[in-house]
Design a protein around this ligand. Structure first.
Ligand SMILES: N[C@@H](CCC(=O)N[C@@H](CS)C(=O)NCC(=O)O)C(=O)O
Length: 209
C-alpha cells in the first residue's frame, strides 16, 4: 500500500456514492472544497441492492467508499474526509494540532451522531406500520432534538469552515430534507440562518439531494 501522498499530484480516485446519502455528501463536499474533483470519478450506486461493483470495494454494501489508486478502498465518511485532507494542502478540513484539532473532531463526531439518529428515523419510518417501534422512534427523535439544541447553544464560530462545520451542515440539511415536521429551524433561527448561508456554497449547491 502506497500511502505517501507528500510527493506528486494526488492519485486517481473513485467515489461510490448515492445522491441522497448524507454520509456520502460529507465526502462529496470535502472533495469539492479541497478542489480534488478533477482526480475523482463519481460512481453513483444503490447500496440497498448489493451491486457487485460496490461489494467488491465494501463488503458491507454501504456508501461512501473512496477507492484510491495504489492505496485501496476506504470506508466511513469521517475516515474518507480525513484522508482527503492529506491529499492536498488547500482548504484544510482539520487543524494540524490540538486543541483546535480536538475541537473539530468533537464537533464532527456530534454532527455524525445527529446524522445517525436522523437516518435511523428514516429507516424506522420505512418499516411496515405494525412493525414500527414507537419507543425507538421516540428515542431517536429525542437524540436529534437534543443534539440540535446542543449545537445551537454551544456553537461558536471557529473562524474557519472545517470538517465539524461540513458534517453539521450536512446533518442539518438532511434533517430539513427528511424530517420537515421537526421545528428546529423555528426553535433555533440562528442555526437555521447559518445553514442557509452554508447551503449557498457551490459545494452544497451541487450536492443537494
Ligand atoms: N458510518 C458510515 C455510514 C454509511 C451508511 O450507513 N450509508 C448508508 C447510505 S445513507 C448505506 O449505504 N446504507 C446501506 C445499508 O446500510 O445497507 C459512514 O459514516 O460512512
Amino acid at each position: 500500500m502506497n500511502g505517501d501522498f507528500s510527493k506528486g499530484a494526488p492519485p486517481a480516485m473513485r467515489l461510490f456514492y448515492n445522491a441522497t446519502s448524507p454520509y456520502a455528501r460529507i465526502a462529496r463536499v470535502a472533495i469539492l472544497e479541497k478542489g480534488l474533483q478533477g482526480r475523482v470519478e463519481l460512481v453513483e450506486t444503490d447500496p440497498w441492492s448489493n451491486p457487485p461493483e460496490l461489494l467488491e470495494v465494501n463488503p458491507l454494501s454501504k456508501v461512501p467508499v473512496l477507492d484510491i489508486e495504489g492505496v485501496g478502498p476506504l470506508t466511513e465518511s469521517s475516515v474518507i474526509a480525513q484522508v482527503l485532507d492529506l491529499l492536498s494542502p488547500s482548504f484544510p478540513l482539520l487543524p494540524a494540532a490540538a486543541p483546535a484539532r480536538i475541537d473539530t473532531l468533537t464537533r464532527a463526531a456530534l454532527a455524525q451522531g445527529l446524522i445517525d439518529a436522523a437516518f435511523g428515523l428514516v429507516l424506522e419510518g420505512r418499516r411496515p406500520e405494525e412493525r414500527r417501534w414507537a419507543d425507538w422512534t421516540g428515542r431517536l427523535t429525542g437524540a436529534v432534538t437534543r443534539a440540535i439544541a446542543r449545537v445551537a447553544e454551544r456553537r461558536a464560530p471557529s473562524g474557519r469552515f472545517d470538517l465539524g462545520d461540513i458534517t453539521l451542515a450536512v446533518a442539518l440539511s438532511y434533517c430539513r430534507f427528511r424530517h420537515p415536521g421537526l421545528h428546529w429551524p423555528d426553535d433555533h433561527p440562528g442555526l437555521a440562518a447559518w445553514l442557509d448561508r452554508v447551503e449557498r456554497r457551490p459545494s452544497f449547491v451541487s450536492t443537494q439531494p
